[in-house]
Write a protein that binds this ligand. Structure first.
Ligand SMILES: Nc1ncnc2c1ncn2[C@@H]1O[C@H](COP(=O)(O)OP(=O)(O)OP(=O)(O)O)[C@@H](O)[C@H]1O
Ligand SMILES: [Mg+2]
Length: 295
């Protein structure tokens, strides 16, 4: 069964100026084992596509005009709130672009990780390595163990000690790893990562990408990686979708799209990536203005 099948997704958003259509007929299929990069300039609709999959766009301001988003055969746009809560974290893990949804500064790293692990464990104790009849105490102990394991896995040294720290005691790169640990702790089948490495320096970025890559290899999950960075796409993605003005211009295996871009926009996007040979003053911008999103 296809892991994620977005068909003809049309989304409008209401603002004080009235309603404008943002997504125009998005089609995207993600199978297990695939890492899809989604690229496109600011405002092209990448985040709203990602948020739609977890149905995290409130209505209003959002309104789906048409389309479906089947996750493992079930349309999330028709799911109940209860069904969605069971999916989020447990089956669909998300790393958000919006920093305000990140770690809560008032709680220890461990508390925040254990909360997510417990939430997943209540729905399905096997996530924590437990059987159906586990007691509350069993769940708590297992959640703590899994939280330390996951923190260790994302490369936080001395995880068992560091779990007692508050977010401000972690560097930006370490906090980002915690967010990835949080997104992965419920053993999701699909990971949606919205600009997970944009704020990080190059060496940390490489580590995080390797981590995502390894998680895919190990658990055969699917990934939707939203990024501005075509270098990132070339490095770890198996497939890429290029968005422009709320549409997917082209999509397919990364080698095909990057080697033989069929749209002039994709070509321009590729040309705008600086290489080691780019001379000063040669950086190309994309011509044209960012579109009004009105249909
Ligand atoms: N809550 C909202 N209400 C109204 N319009 C919105 C809302 N959120 C986003 N939009 C509009 O939807 C369009 C797509 O936004 P989206 O955040 O998906 O872009 P993006 O491709 O993720 O951009 P970026 O690369 O900057 O993150 C933009 O034109 C934006 O102004
Ligand atoms: Mg975005």
């Amino acid at each position: 069964m296809t892991l994620l099948d977005i068909r003809n997704l049309n989304l409008a958003m209401r603002s004080y100026e009235g309603e404008t259509q943002i997504l125009h007929g998005i089609d995207l299929k993600i199978e297990r084992g695939e890492i899809w990069g989604m690229v496109g300039e600011t405002g092209s609709g990448k985040s709203l596509t990602g948020l739609s999959v977890s149905r995290l766009i409130p209505s209003p301001p959002g309104r789906y005009l048409a389309g479906s988003i089947e996750f493992q055969g079930k349309d999330v746009l028709k799911a109940t709130d209860k069904e969605m809560r069971a999916l989020r974290g447990r089956h669909i893990g998300m790393i958000f672009q919006d920093p305000t949804t990140n770690l809560n500064p008032a709680f220890r790293i461990g508390t925040q990780l254990v909360d997510v692990a417990l939430h997943a464990g209540h729905a399905d104790p096997s996530v924590l390595g437990l059987s159906g009849g586990a007691s509350r105490g069993d769940l708590k102990r297992a959640a703590r163990r899994v939280a330390v394991e996951m923190l260790d896995k994302v490369g936080i040294p001395k995880a068992a000690e560091r779990i007692h720290d508050y977010p401000h005691q972690f560097s930006g790169g370490m906090r980002q790893r915690v967010l990835i640990a949080m997104a992965m702790i419920g053993k999701p089948d699909l990971l949606i990562a919205d600009e997970p490495t944009t704020a990080l320096d190059v060496s940390v970025q490489a580590q995080i990408l390797r981590l995502i890559h390894d998680l895919v290899a190990e658990r055969n999950i699917g990934v939707l990686l939203i990024t501005h960075n075509l270098g990132v796409v070339a490095q770890i993605c198996s497939h890429v979708a290029v968005m422009y003005r709320g549409r997917i211009l082209e999509a397919g295996p990364v080698g095909d799209v990057l080697k033989r871009p069929s749209h002039s926009y994709t070509q321009a996007l590729l040309n705008s990536v600086p290489t080691a040979h780019t001379k000063r003053g040669e950086l190309k911008g994309l011509s044209g203005v960012m579109p009004e999103t009105a249909a």
